[in-house]
Design a protein around this ligand. Sequence first.
Ligand code: HEC
Ligand code: HEC
Ligand code: HEC
Ligand code: HEC
Ligand code: HEC
Ligand code: HEC
Ligand code: HEC
Ligand code: HEC
Ligand code: HEC
Length: 325
Amino acid sequence: MKVQVLFLAAGIALLSYGFTGSPQNKGASQAERLFARATPDDYMSDAGCAECHDGIAKNFPSSPHAALVSDPSLPLDKKGCQGCHGPGNIHQAEEDAEVISFRKMTPKESAAACLRCHAQTLSENHWKRTEHARADLSCVSCHQIHTDTDPAWETHALKKGKAGDPRTPMFVAKVDPKAMLKADEATLCGQCHPSTIAEFRTSNHHPVPEGRVVCSDCHTPHPTKDAKLTHDSLKGKCVTCHTDKAGPFTFEHDPVAGFTGNGCQECHRPHGANNPKMLNSVTRGLCAQCHTDKLATHYPGRTCWNAGCHVASHGSNTDPRFLKQ
Ligand code: HEC
Ligand code: HEC
Ligand code: HEC
Ligand code: HEC
Ligand code: HEC
Ligand code: HEC
Ligand code: HEC
Ligand code: HEC
Ligand code: HEC
């Protein structure tokens, strides 16, 4: 009884949405337009889908989207298989049949269909400005909704990577993928970013190959503010793990504190390098890129920090010249 009432309420809500929503819906996405033209009669039960698509329906209740099929109180347009694929009776209609097919839609339409429900993760405006959206990726370039189907790898990803097969793990120690990703992050991201993987194969690197750090520890795949990583936000990421470099110090070193330059990257390669401590250089040139006046005459040793001089190059609480911690 209660369920029926809820259904009715949802139906009315939907009708009024459809009524007020459709006329000014010109700029709306394909998914929004389809839902806007649906009436409550256009929806069928999930069991109905299973009659023709039994394989895919069987395992769905154990997927992270299970709440969609088990919660009867959800509105029709956010519920079950149809919450993603659109009203079943329109899909089966003889005329004007339509189904939301994430593999066939354009990347933009595909992402919009996910963002109907995931506006909390990021808005369409934020997504639009990411490098990935600009490069024609969609949510399903990285995420696999039906975990029992073959991952739908991007065709351009297939062409790159090891021996052309994106499923070959990049590194032996792989981290179990979370959030329905198609593979562990190094393997997934590495398909399209092989030069980054090469950087992790250098002799001093962040322990991504060892499975102790993942790409998303530093890169936000769904930035909710400015799509570009700002230097502030990058330093913020670095010091969440390297807390001793966060300061504030009594005597700050400008590039570390972020007053000048690109923060930590002025001296470190973020992924890896063949130099110790992932430094950009192990000569005094590292410091002389800014302190040019010290290049010629000032203590002509090999580096400025190894000889026991500027040992506190990240900042000091006792010495303005960083000679002591
Ligand atoms: C009477 C049988 C039948 C029913 C019921 C049915 N479908 Fe389909 N569906 C099909 C057929 C046939 C195709 C076309 C298959 C093809 O192109 O490979 C299809 C295609 C699809 C596709 C597109 C696959 C693609 O990417 O090309 C999706 C998604 C889909 N159905 C979802 C659903 C959902 C969700 C339901 C329940 C609301 C449903 N179907 C109900 C028969 C059915
Ligand atoms: C959260 C969104 C979502 C829900 C809910 C969902 N699907 Fe899908 N479905 C997708 C996506 C995305 C794809 C594209 C392939 C993939 O990612 O696995 C897809 C692909 C399909 C296909 C085509 C498979 C192929 O091999 O091309 C069918 C059929 C289908 N879904 C049926 C269903 C049925 C039946 C249900 C309910 C049990 C359902 N879907 C629930 C997102 C969803
Ligand atoms: C009808 C609404 C709806 C649509 C459409 C939808 N989702 Fe979801 N999604 C949900 C809900 C509800 C959850 C569970 C949220 C929670 O547990 O907090 C979820 C969870 C997720 C998660 C997190 C899973 C985890 O392991 O934590 C991912 C990733 C995700 N969705 C991706 C997608 C993608 C990609 C699409 C488009 C193909 C999509 N969703 C479409 C409602 C939706
Ligand atoms: C470049 C790969 C990539 C793309 C494209 C991508 N994601 Fe993700 N997504 C990830 C990774 C990696 C994680 C896990 C790390 C995390 O939680 O930040 C994740 C986590 C999630 C989660 C669960 C955690 C959370 O942040 O709420 C949701 C929901 C989600 N993604 C939805 C989406 C949607 C919707 C889109 C499309 C607009 C999308 N993703 C596009 C890589 C991607
Ligand atoms: C299907 C291919 C593909 C996948 C998978 C992918 N990317 Fe990308 N990524 C691209 C493309 C294309 C660009 C656009 C710039 C370029 O060509 O490098 C890009 C851009 C980026 C940028 C910005 C580069 C810049 O110059 O500012 C970062 C950072 C990035 N990706 C990280 C990731 C991470 C982390 C993952 C995994 C969670 C991932 N990517 C997964 C294709 C991909
Ligand atoms: C320890 C933090 C960290 C980890 C882990 C990390 N990155 Fe980065 N990545 C960075 C920083 C910092 C930059 C430089 C951003 C800039 O210059 O604006 C960067 C830049 C990039 C770029 C842009 C091209 C370039 O090299 O400048 C890509 C693509 C990229 N990373 C992909 C990845 C992938 C894929 C992974 C996982 C295999 C990963 N990153 C892991 C911190 C990290
Ligand atoms: C998720 C945590 C995490 C983040 C974020 C992170 N790191 Fe690291 N970093 C590590 C771990 C773990 C190691 C390896 C330490 C070890 O093996 O003892 C490491 C090693 C290093 C080293 C080499 C240390 C040595 O003794 O050889 C440097 C330099 C470094 N990180 C700088 C950075 C910079 C710069 C950033 C931001 C772009 C950053 N880290 C972000 C966890 C992190
Ligand atoms: C002005 C250059 C410079 C900048 C900027 C810089 N570092 Fe360093 N960093 C160094 C030098 C030089 C060493 C090597 C010190 C040594 O071998 O004793 C080092 C070593 C490290 C180490 C490994 C040894 C240790 O002290 O733990 C970590 C981790 C590290 N830096 C993190 C960071 C982080 C995080 C940032 C940004 C907040 C940063 N660095 C910015 C010059 C710099
Ligand atoms: C990206 C530019 C940059 C790099 C690289 C850099 N510094 Fe600095 N450093 C500064 C700035 C800016 C100041 C403060 C203004 C000033 O006094 O020149 C400063 C101040 C100092 C001071 C304080 C004494 C003084 O002159 O005020 C010392 C000592 C110092 N740096 C040592 C180093 C060492 C050692 C390295 C290499 C590990 C290094 N710096 C790399 C920009 C840099």
